[in-house]
Design a protein around this ligand. Structure first.
Ligand code: APR
Length: 256
């Protein structure tokens, strides 16, 4: 199937839900996790930094995590053509909900509205206290790390801080997850872009849409476990496929 053919499905969709993963941000310079150059692929030990158990138990894991937050590629990243195409799809009134597993904030930076965006794995833009929930802008907390505090404590209660992201072992926000479940169960078109569809419960969302009779289209550089159940798979780069899709649907011009 071509992007133009998939666009006819999008054009006739009553309610469209889009799910994005790390593959949407690689063309902005942020590596994914499990692709050929992924963070976990290159350094399996790095996955420990995203496990809440190790993070709470081991101060050296927290210190390393804060150092990596200082250098996170998201700080210097710009939205790419895929992010901008999805924002254009929303402006054209074609998007019911955009669910992203990404914590980089690039969908918001591209112009997607917070009303129709769920950052289901949280965001690196804030730090959060594991004890009292106090949240501060991440740059303020990183300034404390730069000033010499390797493992900053909560300014409100002295508790342990991490980024306001969901680590392995932490629960997703049940209200946000319920919103994603509800949108997926009521859509007639579900588009999964740049995600390996290997991490639950988010990977359940396209299955929920399929069970409700929706069409599923997957845009991904590599195979995913749901390819065989998808109505179409567009293999390739999101930064090329999405602008072509959106141009066919709403006459969107790249770079407009
Ligand atoms: N265009 C299309 N697909 C791409 C591109 C691209 N430019 N770059 C990479 N991909 C694909 C990869 O081939 C891979 O299949 O994107 C997919 C990204 O998969 P993962 O690295 O597993 O990332 P994701 O699915 O977002 O991971 C889900 O796992 O580690 C946790 O919390 C983390 O949110 C993340 C979750």
């Amino acid at each position: 199937m071509s992007a133009a053919e998939a666009a006819t499905w999008i054009a006739s969709a009553r309610s469209m839900v889009v799910l994005t993963g790390a593959g949407v941000s690689t063309e902005s310079g942020i590596p994914d996790f499990r692709g050929p150059d992924g963070v976990w692929t290159r350094d399996p030990r790095a996955e420990r930094l995203s496990n809440i158990g190790y993070y709470i138990a081991d101060p050296s894991v927290r210190r390393e995590a804060w150092q990596r937050r200082l250098d996170h590629p998201a700080w210097g990243a710009e939205p790419n053509a895929a992010h901008r195409a999805l924002a254009a799809l929303e402006v054209a009134g074609r998007l019911e909900l955009l669910i992203t597993q990404n914590i980089d904030g690039l969908h918001l930076a591209a112009g997607s509205s917070s009303e129709r965006l769920v950052e289901i794995h949280g965001s690196i833009r804030e730090s959060a206290c594991l004890s009292c929930g106090d949240r501060r802008p991440m740059p303020e907390t990183l300034d404390r790390v730069r000033a010499g505090d390797p493992d900053p404590a909560c300014l409100a209660c002295g508790g342990m801080l991490k980024s306001a992201t969901v680590s392995f072992g932490q629960n997703l926000d049940p209200v946000l997850l319920a919103r994603c479940d509800e949108a997926s169960a009521n859509c007639d078109f579900f588009l999964a872009i740049g995600t390996g569809l290997s991490v639950y419960p988010v990977a359940r969302l396209p299955e929920t849409a399929l069970a409700a009779g929706a069409r599923l289209v997957i845009v991904n550089a590599e195979p995913t476990p749901l390819d065989f159940e998808a109505h179409a798979v567009l293999r390739g780069r999101a930064g090329e496929i999405l602008p072509a899709l959106v141009e066919a649907v709403v006459g969107y011009r790249r770079g407009a």
